[in-house]
Design a protein around this ligand. Structure first.
Ligand code: F6R
Length: 611
């Protein structure tokens, strides 16, 4: 939530900041702003309500000079989206400007204290409390970096910040606690950013700041200390991202591009990790936890949103393939419960961004209770990736569309590989193992086939787009797919949709079905097919409109459903990897036909770093 970027170097800063903000916009997009410093000529601030393109228009009329600056794209937490609440925020003297991602929890206390000192606040934000506090301390001490350290020691909550000061026209300061921040090292230049996408065209050399660290950047180089002034050695890493990966490449939206990338991303997720002939899985990131994996008697999986749906698919995979009892929890619930972690419990957290606040808190809670926690994460070097005991990266590249698609299928693929690995150590025979692995390897091609449904799905979307209430039903391992299909439709097309286990329909939700109500039934051929056919009959009797996702060649459903989307056959336990594809496309086309901004749905933002 919220994207921040800072730059110090020789390039005109306005363009660097704007390009960076465009790339960070998926993190929040209700207002945006920049502040630049031009020698001792003072701070130039421009802020607008709306998108980065609105800020860009504003800057065309009223540009900002300089080669040092900071910028922000906001997802409002404290204070409605308005120019006055947009970042950057200034201190009372107007000497300091700051952009912030995160939440200052004790902002009220700080505000009351500072107001008592005669300082007047201008905005409703928590961020202003931080910059005003730094300004107040700077006024007293005259030491900029020490004032930042002292202020950060006094605040509760989370922050990724970038700050500049009129009195230090060759210095950019950045710090983090709980919100992601990295420093890019270019030639005679430094960048600071919430994620790599904003800086990749300048450099791929980065330092991931750790919680409680402050970076001071300028002609003298990069200095990192803790908030207690302890020096820290900068560890330089290579950013695993290319410019190509974050561009649209001819697609109208990132979401569509990412849906279409899935055959390739799934290949990348599995590459080198499966040996079907030998019947072996090799997950390099987990070798340090081999003992815990081998001895696990119970699995506890946690995530949020789409990642939680992947965890639910995981529950079926682990119980069927590994015969290990598995529980799935919303990370947001688990963090405030008192989860039972015993010696045989192995925990797994799933997160695309690796920064989701609830998932991170659940991970920390489980570690406090002594669990070994494995991570299934996409973003390399993210907080969750660093704090888990071991983990498996998804390798799907940056996911920019706010609605998660390629990360979902990769999460399932990783869970499937781990389930097979655990199963092999327990009861799966070599040939059973080989069968599942061979089928997993064949999945990317089947996803390619499933994508060919796109035109049929588009037609269907045209027929159904005006309906405001939908149901999604599935059974067994396809029940989470129904949940995920409904979530996709809700979040980008703003159509109300509910996902249910198909048999639950008759316990209440069937009352919703009336003439023409779309009911998407995920019904591939498996041992529950007959049961789900009965559910379809029940919907038809109430004149609901059935859209069935089934296995290629299923002639039985052709006569029963109003529309049939046929996906290639695979092992039933792996079917979510293909049945989910037409549902992603359906949500996409409905949102597009309704004229919504598919990649930036209202009220949402990628990477939920607030509670
Ligand atoms: C839905 C979506 C969200 C995320 C959730 C967790 O399309 O993107 O529901 O899945 O916010 O995010 P990560 O996986 O980054 O922890």
């Amino acid at each position: 939530m919220c994207g921040i970027i800072g730059y110090i170097g020789r390039k005109p800063v306005e363009r660097v900041l704007l390009t960076g903000l465009h790339r960070l916009e998926y993190r929040g997009y209700d207002s945006a702003g920049v502040a630049t410093l031009n020698g001792s000529g003072g701070i130039h601030v421009r802020r607008v309500v709306g998108r980065v393109r609105d800020l860009e228009r504003h800057l065309q009329q009223d540009p900002v000079p300089g080669t040092l600056g900071i910028a922000h794209t906001r997802w409002a937490t404290h204070g409605r989206p308005s120019e006055i609440n947009a970042h950057p925020h200034l201190d009372a003297s107007g000497r300091l400007a700051l952009v912030h991602n995160g939440i200052i929890e004790n902002h009220d206390t700080i505000r009351t204290f500072l107001e008592g000192q005669g300082i007047t606040f201008r905005s409703e934000t928590d961020t202003e409390a931080l910059v005003q506090l730094i300004g107040f301390l700077y006024e007293q001490t005259g030491d900029l970096v020490e004032s930042v350290r002292r202020a950060l020691r006094d605040v509760d909550g989370t922050y990724g910040i970038a700050l500049l000061c009129r009195d230090a026209p060759e210095t950019l300061i950045a710090a983090r606690r709980g919100s992601p921040l990295l420093v890019g090292i270019g030639e005679d230049e430094y960048l600071v950013s919430s994620d790599g996408s904003a800086i990749i065209e300048h450099t791929s050399q980065v330092v991931y700041l750790q919680d409680g660290e402050i970076a001071v950047l300028g002609p003298a180089g990069l200095t990192i200390t803790t908030t207690d002034a302890v020096p820290v050695e900068a560890e330089v890493s290579e950013l695993e991202m290319t410019l190509e990966q974050i561009e649209l490449a001819g697609f109208e939206h990132h979401m569509l591009k990412e849906i279409y990338e899935q055959p390739e991303t799934l290949r990348d997720t599995m590459r080198g990790r499966i040996d079907a002939r030998e019947g072996r899985v090799k997950l390099g990131g987990l070798v340090t936890c081999e003992r815990e994996i081998a001895r696990a008697r119970r699995l506890l999986l946690a995530g949020c949103g789409t990642a939680w749906h992947a965890a639910l698919v995981g529950e079926y995979l682990f119980e069927e393939l590994a015969r290990v009892p598995t529980e799935v929890e919303y990370a947001s619930e688990l963090r405030y419960r008192n989860p039972i972690i015993d010696e045989g419990t192995l925990a797994l957290v799933i997160s695309q961004s690796g920064e989701t606040a609830d998932t991170l808190a659940a991970l920390r809670e489980m570690k406090t209770k002594g669990a070994t926690v494995l991570g299934v994460v996409n973003v390399v070097g993210s907080t969750i990736a660093r704090e888990t005991d071991a983990g498996v990266y998804l390798r799907v590249g940056p996911e920019i569309g706010v609605a998660s698609t390629k990360a979902f299928t990769a999460q399932i693929a990783v869970l499937a590989m781990l389930a097979v690995d655990m199963g092999r150590r327990r009861h799966l025979s070599p040939w059973q193992t080989a069968e599942v692995l061979a089928e997993l390897e064949a999945i990317p091609e089947k996803v390619e086939q499933a994508l060919k449904l796109d035109e049929q799905v588009q037609d269907l979307a045209r027929q159904l787009v005006d309906r405001d209430n939908w149901l999604y039903l599935g059974r067994g391992v396809n029940y989470p797919v129904a949940l995920e299909g409904a979530l996709k439709l809700k979040e980008i097309s703003y159509i109300h949709a509910e996902g249910l286990p198909a048999a639950e329909m008759k316990h209440g939700p069937i009352a919703l079905i009336d003439k023409g109500m779309p009911v998407v039934v995920v019904a591939p051929r498996d041992h529950m097919h007959d049961k789900i056919v009965s559910n379809i009959e029940e919907i038809r009797s109430r004149q609901g409109r059935v859209i069935a996702v089934t296995t290629e060649g299923d002639t039985r459903l052709r006569g029963l459903a109003d529309a049939v989307l046929e996906v290639p056959a695979t092992l039933p336990i792996l079917s979510p990897l293909v049945t989910t594809i037409p549902l992603q496309l359906l949500a996409y086309h409905c949102a597009r036909l309704r004229g919504h901004d598919v990649d930036k749905p209202r009220n949402l933002a990628k990477s939920v770093t607030v509670e």
